[in-house]
Design a protein around this ligand. Structure first.
Ligand code: GLY
Length: 348
């Protein structure tokens, strides 16, 4: 898998214009969703000129085969060839689905990701995972297909509300925890209550470098890429349960609460230092509040963790830490330890 060209842009239009001069292609297409078509497309419109714009409905519910089919059909009907270029302008839903459309149309065309949410900038748009949901199964069908380039600009962050900013920041926290104390400490100092978006840009780039460094070593998640699952075994269970209850929560909130539990397990099982545990948890409590789950939910959360696609057989697998940057993959825990972890999250 080739390395992605990650470009930090202060002015997204001129960066994209320059990039398009350097890339060879015959026809240009831009994918947006209903929301990014209105809020974000104007920022790239000048750079893409008369490119054909394809729009799919916004929201993860629409990350399915019908939307994908619409993108294929539009590309086909508007003369796309193997040498055409697709630019995905949007959050993770658009970059995942657009990346998969690019991976499969005529067996693969070039694409550029222009992530417009913090979550997509630091996670979905980098690392080459693309895909769609199948029925209620998230990312069930997809391909590893890195974009040719990813243009990252904090200009888009002005279009985000505070909860979506916090949601993306949870993945940044995860990246800090799996890299260095310095990186983690820089994130702990960031004030999400009155965010300075310019000061966020270098932290975003550091976060992307952390992810890139891991993906380069293990693009297909056979070993060290599992580090990126920290907080996600429990986090995905929280997210799915919230969805089932009809009170969905943002992905990053579920991950932040998942980090609380999995750092506790890291402390008990792997000796993760108590002071770093306390500091991280107090940051998470302050920004994300406490998880809305009670002890009545334990069995359902446990069953959801058992069905996590990262498991082997019925054993629940976690990524834990012995310290900041000291990654321990494929750790298992007993039901008793997992319930104790849930008690800890609830009591926090
Ligand atoms: N979102 C985790 C990964 O890209 O592997």
């Amino acid at each position: 898998m080739s390395k992605q060209h990650i470009i930090a842009a202060t002015d997204v239009a001129s960066t994209l214009e320059q990039l398009l001069r350097e890339i060879e292609y015959d026809r240009l297409y831009v994918l947006t969703d209903g929301q990014t078509a209105q809020l974000c497309y104007p920022l790239v419109a000048q750079a893409v000129g008369d490119a054909h714009q394809i729009t799919i409905p916004a929201g993860d519910d629409n990350k399915h085969v019908d939307s994908l089919c619409h993108v294929w059909s539009e590309l086909s009907a508007h003369g796309a060839t193997r040498h055409s270029l697709l630019i995905n302008v949007g959050g993770g839903m658009v970059t995942d689905l657009g990346g998969f459309a690019a991976a499969t149309f005529k067996r693969g065309i070039s694409c550029i990701n222009v992530p417009t949410t913090l979550l997509a900038m630091v996670d979905a748009a980098v690392g080459g995972k693309t895909g769609i949901n199948l029925h209620s199964l998230k990312n069930e069908v997809g391909a590893f297909y890195p974009a040719d380039a990813v243009v990252v600009s904090s200009q888009f962050l002005h279009t985000l509300d505070a909860p979506n900013l916090a949601s993306g920041f949870a993945e940044m926290l995860k990246h800090g925890l799996i890299s260095t104390e310095e990186h983690w400490a820089g994130l702990m100092r960031y004030d999400l209550n009155s965010p300075n978006l310019e000061a966020l840009q270098p932290l975003i780039m550091e976060s992307i470098r952390t992810k890139e460094h891991i993906v380069e070593q293990d693009p297909k998640e056979q070993h060290i890429r599992k580090a990126l699952n920290l907080g996600h075994t429990l986090g995905h269970a929280f997210e799915t349960l919230a969805m089932r209850r009809g009170t969905p929560c943002l992905h990053g909130y579920a991950v932040a609460w998942g980090l609380v539990g999995e750092l506790y397990l890291s402390h008990v099982r792997e000796g993760f230092p108590a002071d770093k545990l306390r500091q991280t948890i107090s940051f998470i409590k302050e920004v994300y509040g406490t998880s809305p789950f009670t002890c009545k939910d334990y069995d359902e959360l446990f069953a959801l963790m058992q069905h996590d696609k990262k498991n082997v057989g019925t054993e629940i697998r976690f990524t834990l830490l012995g310290g900041i940057g000291d990654i321990r993959i494929d750790r298992t825990a007993t039901k008793e330890e997992i319930f104790e972890m849930l008690d800890f999250v609830r009591e926090c």
